[in-house]
Design a protein around this ligand. Sequence first.
Ligand code: FE2
Length: 383
Amino acid sequence: MFPSFSYEMPTRVEFGRGVVRNVGHEVSALGSRVLILSDEGVRKAGLLDIVTGHLVEASVLYELFLDIEPNPKDHNVHRAAEAAGAFEADCLLAVGGGSPIDCAKGVAIVAAAGGRIRDYEGRFVPAVTPLPVIAIPTTAGTASELTFGAVITDTAEHFKFTVKSPALAPKVALADPEMTATMPRNLTAFTGMDALTHAIEAYTCRVATPFSDAPALVAMDLIGRFLRRAWQDGRDMEAREGMLLGSLLAGMAFSHSDVAAVHCLAEALGAMYDAPHGACNAIALPAVMAYSMEACVDRYADVARCLGLSFATTEEGARAAVREVQQMARDLELPSIAVFGVREEDFEIIAAKAEANLSNPDNPRVLTRADYVALLRILTGTV
Ligand SMILES: [Fe+2]
C-alpha cells in the first residue's frame, strides 16, 4: 500500500548559469524597497557586488543587512526584523548559504506579525502574510532557497529549533551555479555533505513518499558524481551545476519527507559548539547509518546503487553505502569530531537535545537518548 500525502512546492526555481542577472526584475515584481540579507563572507567573495549591480541597473531601492552569523541566531533575526521595519522593506532578498536564507525566513514572519522567532517553532499557519523572500544561494547544500523551513539557534538554551510553513518558502529561487563557484574547498565539502545527508535521510526515513523518493534518488546520483569533482576544482562548472541541482532536488525531497537522526545529532552538536552544520552531518552520517541499517537494508542498498556501487546482496549493498559515505568524508578532508572539543560530560545533554528534535521519530530505527550517547561514544572513541 502506498502512503497518503499532500504535495506543495510554492517556490519558482530559475536555474542556470547567469540567471542572477534577472534579480532586478524579480524584486520589482514583488516590492519597491528590498532589504538584502547576507554576510561578510559573501560580500568578501564579491558576490554582493554582482547582485547590487543588477539592482542598480533596474533602479531598485535596497538596503544591506550583513550581521548574520553561521548557525543563525535568534538575535540575528530580531535585529534584521528591526532593520526591515526601519527601512519599511516590502520584500527581502537573501544572498548566501543557509544562514542568510534561513534568517530571511525568520525575518519574513517576525517583521510582518511581530513577536519573537521562537514563538513560531514547529509547523505553523501564519495569521499575517509574511514578507516575500527571494533567495540567491551561494552554496550547494541547504536548499533553503526552496524549502519551507528555517533552523534558528535559541542562544539562551543553545538549542536549534525549526520554524516551518509553506508561507515561508521563498517566492523565487535564482539558482545560478556561477554564484557557487567561489566557494572554498572546505565549504564545498561541508555543504555538499549536507545535501547528500538530506537526500539519504529523505529517502530512508519513515515518512518518505514516492514524491520525495524520486528527487532523492536523482540527488544522490548527482552528488555521488559531482561532489568530489567540485571539491577538486571549484571552477569545474559542470560539477558546480551538478551539485546545485543535487542540492535543490535533495531539498525538494526532504521538505516533502523529513530529515532524521543524522540531523538530530548534527543540530545538537552545532548548537552546543557552534560547529558547521555540514561538517557535523558528515561526521554523524556513517555512524548513524550503521546504527540504523537493520531497519532499512533495502533502501540503503538503493543508496549504494545511486552512488554507483556494485554489490551482490542487499545486505552487502547497505554496508557498501555506509563505507562509501565514510570514504567520501575522508576524500573531502572533513574534520573529525575531535576538532569541536566535544566533552564527555556533555554527552547526556547533547543526546537529550537530539532526542527532543522534531525529526527524531522519523529515523528508520527510532533512537533513544541512550542510543545517542552510544553514538557519541563511537564517534569520539570513548567506548
Ligand atoms: Fe541540513
